[in-house]
Design a protein around this ligand. Structure first.
Ligand SMILES: Cc1cc2nc3c(=O)[nH]c(=O)nc-3n(C[C@H](O)[C@H](O)[C@H](O)COP(=O)(O)OP(=O)(O)OC[C@H]3O[C@@H](n4cnc5c(N)ncnc54)[C@H](O)[C@@H]3O)c2cc1C
Length: 467
């Protein structure tokens, strides 16, 4: 993690804002409140204001905005829901924040093929509300109610990824506006394709640095016949993690398996009034046929009990399940708010399952020596876990201490053949970690791709790597 360097706004050419306003009218905004909303971040980064915000209503709006910006050499930062955590949407060189939220239509749902095509601004909850009566659902669920375009651009995942995969698996094809203002499609609706370079996956996770995603074709899944969710407290963190590892070795196809350490459970109890025992806890969800789910539950209960697990608390009704998962999704805010007036910093790593226990336990020991309160939680079924720090903004030594812990956690994960981020992405905060993970030569390949595709460096400059 690095400290944000002083942003270098590119000077706007004379008359640029007039040309933008002439084309976009009220869709182009420069009011202080709207600039501030688009220049702020969910995490610890200071606000950096864009010069203007353009609200795109169509692919043609995006094309026109890109063409105006390219000709003027002005930066464009695509903006979805603004929930990313590594300063992704901060306009480090000023310019236009291109807000895609008005492009929120579901363009097609193909029930027979389990897919749909949407515009980028639709939020994941709205998509599932749209699908409610179809018997299908879209499983990827970052804790925030993010936009599908933003999720594709950060290669997001969430609690369901252990069973249903991440945005890498969920996206069949994209419509993208390139820096040259061309509209391309990267794939169709076929389940698999060997047609040339995989452009879809080049744009997924590219954090708005290569193009603007204006359409997304997604895989959907049938709503399972039976769903059961439960929580189970453990005597120790290692007992909880061992249960997860053993469940995988037994081939239990769990849909969700989430770990919260004791301090995180305390925070969740305070915020969401769940009344859970304040111990390391697993949140489970099982999907399948009634018999299949019953079998999965029996296996996991046996493993939990052998590893110091306590009584399972079941959430059988849909509203109880929703309450449980809403509390899990709000864990970040629960942890940050452990201290009134605190600011949050969250970070994530992901390691091979065989190293997960070692990595989490060493990190917890490190946190125990840190003066800043921090929780551990994660999508442990993927080997992915997060730290959430609750930092006093008036105590600068706390940020330095947190940065050191984060640095050590990333180094530990890399030494275990893991990655510096399982899902939050690189943005501003993990640029050195990316080099530590893949090496300068690999990052140079990324730089070369960026240079070829976006020679004017207009798309989200300063993110993922420094040019
Ligand atoms: C409480 C909380 C919990 C979270 N939990 C998770 C989690 O479990 N898993 C997870 O993966 N993440 C999680 N996140 C992070 C965040 O929700 C994800 O990174 C999400 O994918 C960001 O989507 P967004 O719509 O908010 O994108 P934004 O923040 O608006 O943008 C993210 C990046 O994508 C680019 N972008 C946005 N839209 C487009 C587009 N149409 N075309 C091209 N580029 C675009 C932006 O320029 C930026 O670089 C969490 C965040 C919060 C606040």
């Amino acid at each position: 993690m690095e400290t944000l360097s002083v942003p270098h706004a590119r000077p706007l050419p004379n008359g640029f804002l007039d040309r933008l306003s002439a084309r976009f009218g009220l869709q182009c905004q420069t009011s202080e409140a709207i600039l501030a909303q688009h220049g702020a971040s969910e995490s610890q980064y200071p606000t950096v204001l864009p010069d203007a915000v353009v609200f795109a209503r169509s692919t043609q709006d995006v094309v026109d905005c890109v063409n105006l910006c390219r000709k003027a050499g002005v930066a464009i930062v695509p903006f979805g829901a603004g929930t990313s955590l590594e300063g992704h949407t901060l306009p480090l060189e000023g310019g236009v924040s291109l807000d895609l939220t008005p492009m929120d239509a579901v363009l097609a749902v193909n029930h027979a093929d389990f897919d749909c095509t949407v515009q980028p601004g639709i939020r994941r909850e709205a998509l599932n509300a749209h699908l409610r009566d179809s018997g299908l659902f879209f499983p990827i669920d970052p804790g925030a109610n993010a936009s599908i375009g933003g999720m594709a651009s950060t290669r997001a995942s969430g609690t369901n990824a252990v069973r249903y995969g991440t945005m890498r698996e969920a996206v069949l094809g994209l419509e993208v506006v390139t820096p040259q203002g061309k509209v391309i499609r990267t794939g169709k609706r076929a389940k698999k394709s060997a047609a040339g370079y995989d452009l879809t996956r080049l744009y997924i996770g590219s954090e708005g640095t290569l193009g603007v995603i204006t359409g997304i074709t997604l895989r959907l899944h049938p709503v399972p016949e039976a769903i059961m969710a439960a929580t189970c407290p453990f005597e120790t963190l290692s007992g909880a993690i061992e249960t997860v590892v053993q469940a995988f070795h037994c081939g239990v196809p769990m849909a969700r398996i989430e770990l919260l350490d004791a301090m995180q459970v305390h925070a969740v109890n305070l915020r969401s009034k769940l009344g859970l025992p304040e111990a390391p806890t697993l949140f489970f969800e099982f999907h399948g046929t009634p018999n299949g789910v019953a079998e999965q539950v029996e296996t996991v209960k046996g493993l939990a009990s052998a590893n110091g697990g306590g009584a399972f608390q079941w959430a059988t009704l849909a509203e109880d399940r929703n309450r449980l998962w809403r509390a899990r999704h709000e864990s970040y805010y629960a942890a940050v708010n452990l201290r009134p007036g605190a600011i949050g910093l969250t970070t994530d790593v992901c390691v091979p399952m065989s190293r997960l226990a070692e990595c989490i336990l060493a990190t917890r020991a490190d946190l125990d020596g840190c003066s800043v309160p921090a929780t551990i939680l994660g999508h442990v079924g993927d080997g992915n876990f997060h730290l959430v720090f609750s930092i006093d903004p008036n105590a600068p030594h706390e940020m330095a201490e947190v940065e050191a812990v984060n640095h050590r956690m990333v180094a530990r994960a890399l030494a275990m053949d893991g990655t510096c981020t399982g899902e939050h992405g690189v943005g501003i905060g993990k640029q050195q970690c990316l080099i530590d993970e893949l090496g300068e030569d690999a990052v140079d390949v990324m730089r070369s791709l960026k240079q070829v595709l976006d020679p004017g460096n207009i798309f989200n400059p300063g993110k993922i790597f420094r040019s």
